[in-house]
Design a binder for this molecule. Structure first.
Ligand code: CAA
Length: 283
């Protein structure tokens, strides 16, 4: 399977990072979102991030211009029907993903590979809602996508090896590294990362350390690029809570119980950087 054209559904933080790296690697990218404002903002963000790379002499102006020229947008999901690969990067809500697939599928060519950038939802269950479980996979990018080297590849129970091989080759073409994960709750990265973040929140909740001392401890004591609370704000506390709930429900072990302080912050609408308030105040 020779993949050249890519559709990205969802123009949020992950969608724009995914469009950025695909365009830079020479793929033609079509982005779609229900919000025209989100699409416009996303293209602006990609231009800014590419400009930053030019400013740091990581890219030439010609490479930036060529990448921007490969990106187009459409407000109509069904315009993605003829592309080789679709990456769903919409909100992390299963009903939203199902609705997107239901609208898209009647327009999709038989060979198109359909993927989801979900960070924790069962790939097998998502695939079962489509007409192509053998050409459906989890395709999980890390945030910020242009910087992070890893892409998790998750097979559903019915995914065929041609689909896996095609996506593995795409990751290599992006200049990134893939890791294969089985389809269990939160796969590998979030299975390990989220309980650490949740434990950092318990450490705060129980008064063992302040926000500053917890983050300083992990940054300087374990060489993490960001402290766990800063990272939670960066990822989004709603996303952290959703993933902890998937782990708790899916693995039925109290060690994955979301910290009540995390739940309270989400209830307050303190979701981290995106709302200007989380464990830190960004106002
Ligand atoms: N988009 C694009 N590029 C970005 C960026 C963004 N949002 N943020 C930073 N960069 C680039 C910068 O341009 C810079 O590039 P060059 O090296 O080419 O010049 C590089 O990243 C480093 O940036 P800075 O010097 O400004 O900042 P930094 O050194 O503090 O690094 C960071 C920032 C890369 C985000 C670093 O703090 C880091 O690695 N943090 C941890 C991130 C992480 O763990 N991500 C995974 C989250 S979990 C996940 O994504 C899975 C999930 O499902 C929830």
């Amino acid at each position: 399977m020779d993949i050249r054209t890519v559709g990205v559904v969802g123009a949020g933080q992950m969608g724009n990072g995914i469009a950025h790296v695909f365009a830079l690697a020479g793929f033609d990218v079509t982005m779609t979102d229900i919000s025209q404002d989100a699409l416009t903002a996303s293209v602006e963000k990609i231009a800014q991030n590419l400009d930053r790379q030019v400013g740091r002499a990581k890219l030439t102006e010609a490479e930036r211009d060529a990448a921007m020229a490969r990106i187009s947008t459409t407000p109509t999901l069904t315009d993605l029907g003829k592309l080789d690969l679709i990456i769903e990067a919409a909100t992390e809500k299963e009903v939203v993903k199902h609705a997107i697939f239901a609208e898209l599928l009647p327009h999709l060519g038989p060979q198109t590979i359909l993927t989801s950038n979900t960070s924790s939802i069962s790939i097998t269950r998502l695939a079962s809602q489509t007409d192509r479980p053998e050409r459906f996979m989890g395709f999980h990018f890390m945030n910020p996508v242009p910087v992070m080297q890893l892409v998790e590849l998750i097979r559903g129970i019915a995914t065929d090896s041609a689909t896996y091989d095609a996506l593995e080759a795409v990751v290599a073409k992006l200049g990134k590294t893939s890791a294969s994960a089985e389809d269990f709750p939160a796969f590998i990265v979030n299975r390990i990362l989220m309980p650490m973040i949740n434990e950092a929140i318990y450490t705060l909740y129980e008064g063992v350390g302040s926000v500053k001392s917890i983050d300083t401890s992990l940054k300087l004591g374990a060489n993490h690029p960001m402290g766990p609370l800063e990272l939670a704000d960066f990822i989004g506390l709603d996303t952290c809570l959703a993933i902890m709930n998937v782990l708790h429900d899916g693995l039925a072990d109290t060690k994955y119980r979301p910290c009540p302080l995390l739940t309270k912050y989400v209830e307050a609408g303190w979701l981290g950087r995106k709302t200007d308030r989380g464990f830190y105040d960004y106002r």
